[in-house]
Design a protein around this ligand. Sequence first.
Ligand code: HEC
Ligand code: HEC
Ligand code: HEC
Ligand code: HEC
Ligand code: HEC
Length: 192
Amino acid sequence: MGLHIKHIPLALLLALSLAGCDPVNRHMVLSTIFDGVPTLPEPAQLCVEYNDKRVDELRDQLAGKTVAKDAAPGEESVHRPYGEKKCDDCHDKSKDSGLVRPANELCLMCHKNFFKGAYQHGPAAVGDCLACHVPHNSPDGPLLKMSRTKVCDSCHKEPRAALALHDKVAERKMACVECHNPHDGNSPFFLK
Ligand code: HEC
Ligand code: HEC
Ligand code: HEC
Ligand code: HEC
Ligand code: HEC
């Protein structure tokens, strides 16, 4: 039983979905299936086109939906400017980064006077908000990259000086942010 002709589009669809939306991968899949697929444009040009397309698609998907709310810890959260489709508040297609400001300045552009404590936490102090947050939406509020019980562990694997205390913390499965502020504070370890 050979490959029936009506199965070909399905096979192609499957191949394309396996290739993902990465344009270079897609092109490779296409060119192994068909002859005469034109050669690729310059990579930089491809990325601009790809990103423009993704932004337009996402905008369409969101059209008609009003989704913007602040989240309680652990609850699903949607970033207000994203939910309100103010994509251009952050995105600028004419810039290399695709963003209106470099990533390490972008968040503080709106979150003004963010730091209040005398001590600031390393990654937050340098504007690396994306080390812990995502810009659009997250199943883990407020806009966390991963759950609040995991987000600190991605960097802090070193042994604690206050070992006995932190062993109890681990035992009781407490989140670090129950005691530490993730951004800054008026005590050296940003204790709440
Ligand atoms: C608060 C700022 C902000 C807003 C508002 C925002 N974005 Fe983004 N977006 C970013 C940042 C920052 C990145 C890069 C994330 C990274 O590199 O981890 C990004 C990445 C992207 C990407 C590429 C990565 C991906 O998720 O596929 C697309 C596409 C995108 N945004 C579309 C949109 C659309 C459409 C809207 C409006 C509905 C929007 N963005 C609103 C900040 C924003
Ligand atoms: C265009 C302005 C703007 C930019 C840029 C921006 N934000 Fe926001 N952000 C807001 C607004 C408005 C709110 C809602 C504030 C409120 O309700 O008090 C918000 C809320 C948040 C919240 C709380 C969400 C919740 O569910 O409680 C987080 C976390 C956050 N932003 C992180 C970021 C990060 C990280 C960046 C950079 C990628 C960023 N913001 C860039 C405007 C912005
Ligand atoms: C080390 C990880 C980390 C970094 C870096 C970080 N945040 Fe957060 N952020 C968190 C966590 C965790 C929470 C939730 C706190 C909680 O649940 O008590 C949070 C909460 C927030 C909130 C909600 C309101 C609040 O203050 O609790 C805002 C707004 C916010 N972050 C903005 C930012 C901005 C802007 C930056 C960059 C300057 C940033 N964050 C950098 C981990 C981080
Ligand atoms: C992106 C990596 C990263 C993540 C994620 C991260 N940290 Fe940090 N943290 C650092 C760096 C870098 C320092 C500065 C280390 C130093 O003092 O040299 C630091 C320092 C600290 C300190 C002060 C230690 C001292 O000796 O002064 C505390 C407390 C702390 N982090 C708690 C947290 C908590 C709580 C979280 C989760 C909300 C977290 N960190 C997530 C990178 C990270
Ligand atoms: C029950 C409250 C509590 C929780 C939860 C907690 N801490 Fe701490 N942490 C403290 C206290 C109090 C200190 C200060 C200890 C001291 O002064 O000797 C501290 C100190 C620190 C320090 C600096 C000194 C050291 O021991 O290395 C780091 C880094 C730190 N904590 C990271 C974390 C991380 C990461 C988590 C989550 C896995 C966490 N903490 C959870 C209370 C807590």
